[in-house]
Design a protein around this ligand. Structure first.
Ligand SMILES: Nc1ncnc2c1ncn2[C@@H]1O[C@H](COP(=O)(O)OP(=O)(O)OP(=O)(O)O)[C@@H](O)[C@H]1O
Ligand SMILES: [Mg+2]
Length: 194
């Protein structure tokens, strides 16, 4: 079997790192956390003070990731919400977009320390499918699998992904519709503030 290059993407705090690390140990894969790679190897252009985040040097990180994938003789798991923008698409086997009901995700975000504008901005990204749309724009359907991780443990999510990798479960998009769900629950105005 040839090696897989698997991207784990999704809105901040959705559980990417927890799932990616567990998957890495199950597959004995090579793990790349994009934020850590950019920070440790100084692949950054500067700091976005307003967003309290780093501005990644996309050109250099793209080159570095290509190098890491080429050198690696194992499956590679790449964890980061902008993974589709920096991993050369011809090298990608699967993109897993983790999704989470905004009501649950809000709790995760609060645990991560988000509040105020940043919390509502990130929740709006989840409600409006930003990571999924980004993935579809770059990779096209077929290799993009949406995983609804709502009320699931990290173990359950990793198992679902392994099921897809082993051709036992289907890779699908269009599995959630948060706009509709929040609307039906009368929560849309509270959750979509931006
Ligand atoms: N299955 C779960 N049940 C409860 N809490 C969880 C679960 N998975 C993750 N969390 C919590 O949610 C938060 C975010 O998890 P994690 O760091 O894996 O997300 P992330 O998508 O990698 O975040 P970031 O975008 O900041 O890198 C953590 O506080 C974690 O403990
Ligand atoms: Mg993370």
């Amino acid at each position: 079997m040839s090696k897989h290059v698997i991207l784990i993407t999704g809105t901040p705090c959705v559980g990417k790192t927890s799932v990616a690390r567990l998957l890495t140990s199950k597959l004995k894969a090579f793990y790349v956390n994009l934020t850590d790679l950019a920070t440790n190897e100084h692949l950054i252009l500067g700091k976005d003070k307003e967003r309290d985040s780093i501005i990644v040097d996309e050109k250099r990180i793209r080159r570095r990731i290509q190098e890491l994938i080429m050198q690696c003789d194992r499956d590679v798991i790449i964890d980061g919400h902008y993974a589709v923008g920096v991993v050369p698409k011809q090298l990608v086997t699967y993109v897993f977009v983790l999704r989470c009901d905004p009501v649950e995700l809000r709790n995760f975000m609060e645990k991560c320390g988000f509040y105020g504008h940043k919390l509502w901005e990130n929740l709006a990204s989840e409600i409006l499918d930003v990571c999924l749309v980004d993935a579809l724009n770059v990779n096209g359907e077929g290799r993009i699998c949406e995983i609804d991780r709502t009320r699931k443990s990290t173990e359950e999510v990793a198992k679902e992904i392994l099921g897809i990798l082993n051709d036992k479960e289907k890779c699908r998009v269009g599995v959630v519709d948060w706009l509709n769900k929040l609307e039906n629950e009368g929560l849309l105005e509270e959750y979509l503030r931006i």
